[in-house]
Design a protein around this ligand. Structure first.
Ligand code: NOJ
Length: 750
């Protein structure tokens, strides 16, 4: 009998083993050969940047990953891992390749402004191709934190304020980095999980409080989209979310990421975030933080030193089980197998191909598409004119380091084309006459002499092309700003130039939306270009000269002033309706009675509108949007048929240009209050001058679904959440931005 039972068990084990995926079988085999120390080493990410005996020793002992080790150095260490460590497990080399490796693309916020996922995908593909030649197989990108506060410097690194846009762009970036083959090119790492961008006051590393429903509705979908697109890894955020630091947050990392989403890739900490958990005060020391992260099933420790120092001890004390460790190592090895590292650990090449014509032209196209025309009194485009004298000036006119933006360790300023260089080329070709502002200038400069010179030069020019903005160091990680003006005396320079009576074309190259209403008022045309990378100079010259018509759209609401922040388009209707023309502070009569100016929701200084809404952007033509036509007035729940919304768009001007129709939907009455509008689709449509195109969008029941409480559960109780559409009326717009257009109504019915 005993023998029979034994045989049965052996048979079941054999069958289940054989039914396992071959990769899982290889992982099991390797795991069975690894010592506890080797497993912990796999879970540790070491920082490189130098050849050192100490690092080499850690690798011989089985270190799993390195960050910031690039090129020949990475190759050297990989040889040690494969040839000199006991089991020869290859390392995975990681780096922040955020918007390009050598060829720099616009910052992600600028890429979001293209409303063109193909641009994002292509940029990521090229970044991966370049980075892999330096031995890198893992990038800490894309950042999909939905960001509604431009004071937070990291808005530069993400795709703006909208959940849908961030989801589409994040998924495109993952596809670009990882490629379509069964062997992944470069592993993406979607970050920062989760809620990081909601930091209080826009101050980096700050606390976030996000109710579960808002977390699910606003902040989590882009992560899910990136994971569905195949992202092999996820990075924890620095912030504490509802009192629990993200790295040790079981609700995020276990309940949602592993149990709900079944994520089987690598969850890596952010840099030293276990140590940060002590600063945050939810653990007294590194050992306690290590235990919390293990409870939250975080696979890899990036430079906190908690895992290498304390994990073994925690296992020996019985506080962390070896099964937990095995699960983490399994995830790490799985990523390495998916990258084909065991078969092909080396990808470094001594003769890399960087800045190829293909990469440069993609970077230029991205920079062209990312610039948003905010204002134009008709001065743009300038068009080729050998008699037109332009003054090219401003701190960003010739500042290669600055225009590349935050996070580009491997850029080459010498390969970067600035606006000044591009206009020099045009002048040489006889397409324009150029006056240059000479000398080095920076955005925070205060210099009276400079202003005098600018006024003198402006008087000699027909048009002043002023390139304003922020230096790259003013945005990105740890670069929160309280005042979102143009730093230094840029506004004073613009004022002085304006006084000469010469027309000003203002181009802003910045890492975030700035509050520059008065500067915009003084300009005749304004292009908002973000930090646009290697080819931004050529791209801007093409836009200004009319070789290319602007097609960028704002990925964030531009506020009138900092006091409106956070201000995003998909807010909810306030309890008292918004007055059409609210009385502003200086219009209120003296000794006015309380409530005599009404009871509506607005700011006394600004009214209730932003300076520019989400999705906004002009071009050199005008588009006329026809009414939205629906295929039906009802959508039947659970039926396989979708609604079709369509609209005609006419290019009523003289230039061929790209329209960016945006599909917005409002759920008129919900069991929870619903946003005024939500983006559900967008397209880029090239429409030749004088022609009309019909655009169509499908609307499914899924597009109407949202997170709310399950029936019978009241708010404030231990809620059960559900993601579904509720029956009733909906409004739908196909509009050029979040503030325009006329809606039509339909109903979701039984
Ligand atoms: C800290 C940042 O928050 C994260 O985004 C980055 O990937 C890591 N450092 C690694 O450099």
């Amino acid at each position: 009998m005993k023998a029979r039972i034994f045989l049965l068990i052996a048979l079941v084990a054999m069958v289940s083993c054989q039914s396992k995926d071959p990769v899982e079988r290889r992982i099991d085999k390797l795991l069975s050969q690894m010592t506890l120390e080797e497993k912990i080493a796999q879970m540790t990410q070491v920082c490189g940047g130098q050849i050192s005996d100490n690092i080499a020793e850690q690798i011989r002992n089985g270190a799993g990953s390195m960050l910031n080790s690039v090129g020949a150095e990475a190759d050297y260490y990989q040889h040690i891992a494969v040839e000199e460590s006991r089991l020869g497990i290859p390392m995975i080399f990681a780096r922040d390749v955020i918007h390009g490796f050598r060829t720099i693309f616009p910052i992600p916020l600028g890429q979001a402004a293209t409303f063109d996922p193909d641009i994002v995908e292509e940029g990521a593909r090229i970044a991966a191709k370049e980075a892999m030649q330096a031995g890198l197989r893992w990038t800490f990108s894309p950042m999909v934190d939905v960001a509604r506060d431009p004071r937070w410097g990291r808005v530069a690194e993400g795709y703006g304020e909208d959940t849908y846009l961030a989801s589409v762009m994040g998924a495109a970036a993952v596809r670009g980095y990882q490629g379509n083959d069964s062997i992944v090119q470069m592993a993406a790492c979607v970050k920062h999980f989760a809620g990081y961008a909601a930091s209080e006051g826009g101050r980096d590393y700050n606390s976030t409080w996000i109710p579960e429903i808002q977390l699910r509705e606003t902040y989590l979908p882009p992560f899910k989209a990136a994971i569905d697109a195949g992202s092999l890894s996820v990075m924890c955020a620095f912030n504490d979310l509802n009192g629990v630091p993200a790295s040790g947050n079981k609700h995020l990392n276990v309940d949602i990421l592993r149990d709900e989403w079944h994520f089987d890739g690598v969850l890596v900490s952010d840099w030293a975030s276990l140590q940060n958990m002590n600063n945050q005060g939810n653990s007294a020391n590194l050992k306690e933080a290590t235990k919390l992260c293990m409870d939250a099933q975080m696979d890899m420790d990036m430079e906190s030193k908690g895992y290498p120092r304390h994990l073994k001890e925690l296992v020996e004390e019985g506080k962390v089980s070896e099964t937990t460790i095995d699960n983490c190592v399994r995830n790490i090895l799985r990523m390495k197998f998916r990258l084909g590292l065991f078969d092909n650990p080396y990808c470094y090449t001594e003769n890399p191909e960087y800045f190829t014509p293909e990469s440069l032209s993609a970077a230029q196209k991205a920079a062209e598409e990312s610039a948003v025309l905010l204002k134009n009194n008709g001065i743009l485009p300038l068009n080729n004119n050998s008699k037109l004298t332009v003054l090219v000036c401003g701190p960003m006119a010739n500042a290669p380091h600055e225009q590349n933006g935050t996070w580009c360790f491997d850029k080459d300023d010498a390969m970067t084309i600035t606006p000044m260089m591009a206009f020099r080329k045009l002048a040489k070709e006889g397409k324009v006459r150029l006056i240059e502002q000479t000398g080095e200038h920076w955005s925070r400069e205060f210099n009276k002499e400079n202003i005098t010179t600018l006024v003198r030069l402006a008087k000699q020019a027909d048009v002043v092309l002023y390139f304003a903005g922020e230096e790259s160091i003013l945005s990105g990680e740890a670069r929160s700003r309280a005042l979102l003006n143009l730093p230094g005396d840029q506004s004073e320079q613009i004022r002085a130039i304006k006084a000469t009576g010469k027309p000003i074309v203002l181009t802003v190259m910045a890492g975030r939306p700035l509050c520059i209403r008065e500067d915009i008022d003084r300009a005749d045309a304004v292009l908002y270009a973000f930090h646009g990378g290697t080819m931004q100079g050529t791209a801007l010259a093409n836009l200004i000269m009319g070789k290319v018509a602007p097609s960028g759209r704002l990925p964030m609401t531009f506020p009138m002033g900092e006091g409106q922040i956070p201000f995003y388009y998909n807010y909810k209707m306030p309890s008292r309706l918004m007055a059409k023309s609210p009385k502003l502070i200086n219009d209120i009569p003296l000794r006015a009675y309380q409530f005599s100016v009404g009871e509506s929701s607005y700011w006394l200084e600004y009214g209730n509108k932003p300076l520019y809404p989400f999705g906004y952007g002009l071009t050199y033509t005008t588009f006329e949007y026809g009414p939205v036509v629906l295929s039906d007035t009802c959508l039947i729940a659970s039926s396989p048929y979708n609604l079709i919304a369509s609209c005609e768009i006419k290019n009523a001007g003289k230039y061929d240009a790209v329209a960016v129709p945006q599909l917005y939907i409002r759920d008129v009455v919900g069991s929870l209050t619903r946003p005024l509008r939500e983006l559900k689709g967008f397209q880029r449509v090239n429409i030749p001058a004088g022609e009309t195109r019909t655009v169509t969008f499908e609307i499914s029941e899924q597009d109407l679904a949202y997170w709310h409480l399950a029936e019978g559960v009241s708010l404030g109780s231990e809620g059960e959440y559900t993601f579904s559409a509720e029956k009733g009326d909906f409004h739908v717009w196909i509009a050029p931005n979040a503030a325009e257009g006329e809606y039509v109504q339909f109903a979701l019915v039984e």
